[in-house]
Design a protein around this ligand. Structure first.
Ligand SMILES: NC(=O)c1ccc[n+]([C@@H]2O[C@H](COP(=O)([O-])OP(=O)(O)OC[C@H]3O[C@@H](n4cnc5c(N)ncnc54)[C@H](OP(=O)(O)O)[C@@H]3O)[C@@H](O)[C@H]2O)c1
Length: 296
């Protein structure tokens, strides 16, 4: 893209996108860059070569890369420290990294991988970057959820770190997305008093199949995925969740039809207590022992 085409209005706005190098996160990043935003990306692998929007934004310094395997707290901590040192503020954070895995696996900290990546890590990212958001103007955080949780039949927040069974997509993946939307709801009103709006959004079905990547989707969904729209659809749903008609709402889950009724809402505070305990005891405590008290 020619820099002369970039609108001036967004030049000072900064977004952070996790999982920005592929799929929905990539399309969202390209859209924001195309609209003149600066984008800080928290990614574990490279952007593909040959994407002119990405490459020219890198050259201009409007796209800044921070790298981490997000489920490894040592890597995550180092990347977040760099972001805090190098970014002047953040206007919006998109917690997008995720996906359905093929089998049961555990993070370096010992918790089930979907739960760690899609429930715990977005909370840590938020807590650590809150001060940067307070320096921004939009003060908006969007977590990427999924309507896969409509398949969840029973929900016990205390079992999510160590599930006894595993089902692709409708098991730990779906539960971790529900848990993300639940802590978002439980925390939102308190954070709104600081002017920060936390929401979650379902990007809907998107074809993000990648050659050479093991699918974590059950056969029928994996087959049907080729008929789904491309990831620009999901990017646009996340974008709308941040800037569209619900931009002043806090705590809600948004899908293509609007605000979604959250199932198992009675467990929201328990989910929040659990992720906050992990944050305080395993993430914040090793580096800060003094004044970072419990939020919940
Ligand atoms: N596609 C859909 O139909 C759909 C529907 C509902 C919700 N979602 C959600 O939308 C989000 C984006 O998914 P997508 O479909 O765009 O999938 P994708 O194309 O596979 O992109 C996922 C992104 O997340 C990154 N990521 C995954 N695990 C990571 C980790 N442990 N550490 C750091 N980065 C990690 C990936 O990095 P690498 O490139 O290194 O793998 C990639 O950049 C996910 O949260 C997904 O659950 C997708």
């Amino acid at each position: 893209m020619n820099t002369r085409q970039i609108p001036d209005s967004n030049r000072d706005s900064i977004a952070l996108v996790t999982g920005a190098n592929n799929g929905i996160g990539l399309e969202l990043t390209r859209r924001l860059l195309g609209e003149g935003w600066q984008v800080a990306v928290l990614i574990r692998s490279n952007f593909a070569d040959g994407d002119e929007i990405v490459q020219s934004a890198l050259r201009e310094g409007r796209l800044r890369i921070y790298r981490a395997e997000l489920t490894d707290f040592a890597q995550l901590r180092a990347a977040l420290e760099r972001i805090k040192q190098e970014e002047p503020k953040l206007d919006v954070v998109f917690n997008n990294a995720g996906g359905s895995l093929a089998e049961l696996s555990f993070s370096p900290q010992g918790r089930e991988m979907h739960y760690e990546l899609q429930t715990v890590v977005p909370y840590i990212v938020y807590r650590e970057l809150k001060d940067l958001l307070l320096r921004g103007s939009l003060r908006t955080v969007i977590g990427t959820s999924s309507n896969a949780f409509n398949f969840v039949k029973t929900f016990d927040p205390d079992k999510l770190p160590h599930p006894s069974t595993f089902k692709q997509l409708t098991g730990a993946y779906a539960e971790s997305k529900l848990a993300l939307s639940l802590w978002t709801r439980a925390l939102a009103s308190r954070e709104a008093s600081d002017g920060i709006k936390l929401r979650s959004a379902d990007p809907g079905p998107n074809n993000t199949v990648r050659k050479g990547k093991k699918s974590g989707l059950p056969f029928p969904v994996n087959y049907l995925m080729r008929f789904f729209p491309g990831p620009a659809q999901g990017a646009s749903r996340l974008y709308e969740a941040a800037f569209g008609p619900y931009r002043d709402k806090a705590g809600v889950l948004i899908d293509k039809k609007g605000i979604v009724d959250l199932r198992f809402a009675e467990h929201a505070q328990r989910v929040l207590d659990n992720v906050d305990r992990v944050y305080r005891e395993e993430f914040a405590a090793p580096k800060k022992t003094s004044n970072k008290g419990s939020l919940v």
